[in-house]
Design a protein around this ligand. Structure first.
Ligand code: HEM
Length: 460
């Protein structure tokens, strides 16, 4: 059987290391070794907002060994880079630094090669597929929520849920039972994929590498079986894929996409769901409005795709949570050719990054930007349309998140169940400790009190 050939693209010709000829660009000088990491690591947003105020919409900051990274700010910069109509910004070389673990995944492909693989994955996110995924989401959520009560770590709960859903819909491993090795290795692989690149055998990164190798061997051995099966999960469907000339995807690429999808869907969604629980527990008036929306629609235990299609309040709360706590704080790229921006010349092969927070926290784009105000995303007299490139927690353009609807569905299915059964309360008034890099997420546990509700009039 022939395989789909690799498509060569412009970014293949760039040197492996990014260029660093950026001394002409404005920006803080940075420590000779740590660059500006000491300002960026605790919470990059205040530092970057300050740098933007001082240096404008195109400046550099230093990372390890004070290698300079070009920061572009504002909706116009987002439009330039994310739409990338000239095919100038390489995702692969931008993301490779943090995500070499998942090379071959669609996020780490460029231009024509990327378009081919994105098209291949597209059917998996169509309504018929999402309808099937929802059945699985409802089952997992029902099981997880059944045992809830009292104080629990919201982040631990959402991580477990996102993992169970991911392994079922992407891998076809419907439950941990019977797939213990797969579940254990996936947890380890995802846990250490973005950890510090340590050579120590017992480090998180090394353990994650070993887990990935074990998983790869298991999945590669299973591809032939999947090619002849009739499963609807991503792994089975990609294994069965043939193009118009009858060529298949090679086994390695099938596994690359399954791994990548598990990663893309896991920590991002778990972090967003946990921080949405926190936001609703903190802003009880919005919790009441979200619950009222669910009760009015009379949504039961297993809501359908159609029933979940329009929930403006829950959607606005989700959007506002992502505005304040975008899980992906940097969208990295490398430019194939030089370009000019904001009066500055950026040479070819520079490391370029877009921090969504620079728009999300900009008072000219979002009034009172540090406050939680979901009403800004609701139609109404105070509604001001947001520039489509100002709100970018899912990115935009050619690499825009393929799982946007999937994530939204998971969130709605979870909160329908949760808000009917529980009042969400905060056991403490303190802000949650957050880790901002490599992804934004609760730094430790995120305790929430799940107080069981008595059904009110009109509820079951
Ligand atoms: C709240 C949850 C999520 C957030 C905030 C999020 C965020 C993002 C962002 C910002 C990107 C674009 C990165 C870039 O332009 O460099 C992206 C890409 C992607 N995401 Fe998500 N994501 C989420 C959930 C999911 C889920 C649930 C899935 C799968 C079901 C998924 C699959 C993907 C894929 C496949 C890409 C790569 C698209 C491409 O390169 O063409 N994501 N995501």
């Amino acid at each position: 059987m022939q395989h789909v050939p690799t498509i060569n693209v412009a970014s293949d010709d760039l040197p492996r290391a990014p260029g660093n000829d950026l001394a002409h660009l404005p920006g803080p000088r940075g420590h000779w070794y740590f660059g500006n990491l000491r300002d960026l690591l605790p919470d990059p947003t205040p530092f970057l907002l300050q740098m933007r105020a001082e240096h404008g919409d195109c400046f550099t900051v230093g990372v390890l060994r004070n290698r300079r990274v070009v920061v572009l700010a504002g909706p116009a910069a987002n439009r330039l880079v994310l739409l990338d109509t000239d095919g100038n910004f390489s995702n692969r070389l931008g993301w490779e630094v943090a995500l070499d673990f998942f090379s071959g995944f669609v996020l780490l492909r460029d231009f024509e090669d990327h378009a081919f693989h994105r098209n291949l994955l597209r059917p998996f996110f169509k309504p018929d597929a999402l309808g099937r995924d929802l059945v699985c989401m409802n089952r997992v959520i029902r099981n997880e929520v059944a045992d809830l009560g009292g104080s629990a770590d919201a982040y631990r709960l959402t991580k477990r849920m996102a993992l169970d859903i991911g392994l079922a819909v992407f891998g076809g491993f419907a439950s941990a039972q019977g797939h213990e090795t797969i579940y254990a290795n996936t947890v380890r692989m995802l846990d250490g994929a973005m950890a510090r690149r340590s050579r120590m055998p017992a480090s998180r990164f090394r353990r994650a590498l070993r887990a990935r190798d074990r998983m790869r061997a298991i999945l590669l051995a299973e591809v032939p079986k999947r090619r002849h099966g009739d499963g609807h999960d991503l792994f089975s469907r990609l294994s069965r894929f043939t193009d118009a000339s009858g060529r298949q995807l090679c086994d390695g690429d099938v596994v690359n996409h399954v791994f990548g999808m598990l990663f893309a869907a896991h920590e991002t969604t778990a972090s967003a769901m946990a921080l949405m629980m926190y936001s609703l527990a903190r802003h009880r008036e919005w919790q009441a409005q979200a619950r009222a929306e669910i009760v009015t629609r009379n949504l039961g235990e297993a809501p359908t795709l159609e029933e979940l299609s329009s929930m403006p309040v829950v959607e606005a709360v989700f959007r506002e949570t992502l505005r304040l706590y975008a899980p992906i704080q940097f969208l990295p790229r490398r430019n194939v050719r030089p370009f000019e921006w904001s009066g500055q010349h950026v040479p070819a092969n520079s490391h370029v990054t877009l921090p969504p927070q620079l728009c999300h926290r900009d008072p000219t784009l979002f009034e009172d930007p540090h406050s939680f105000r979901p009403a800004r995303f609701l139609d109404g007299p105070t509604h001001r349309p947001v520039d489509p490139f100002a709100w970018v927690p899912f990115g935009k353009g050619s690499h825009m998140c393929m799982g946007t609807h999937f994530a939204q569905l998971e969130v709605k299915a979870l909160f329908v169940r949760l808000l009917r059964l529980f009042d969400l309360e905060l056991p403490t008034t303190s802000e949650p400790a957050l880790q901002h890099l490599p992804l934004l997420r609760p730094a430790r546990t995120l305790p929430i009190d799940f107080v069981r509700r008595r059904p009110q009039c009109g509820e079951d």
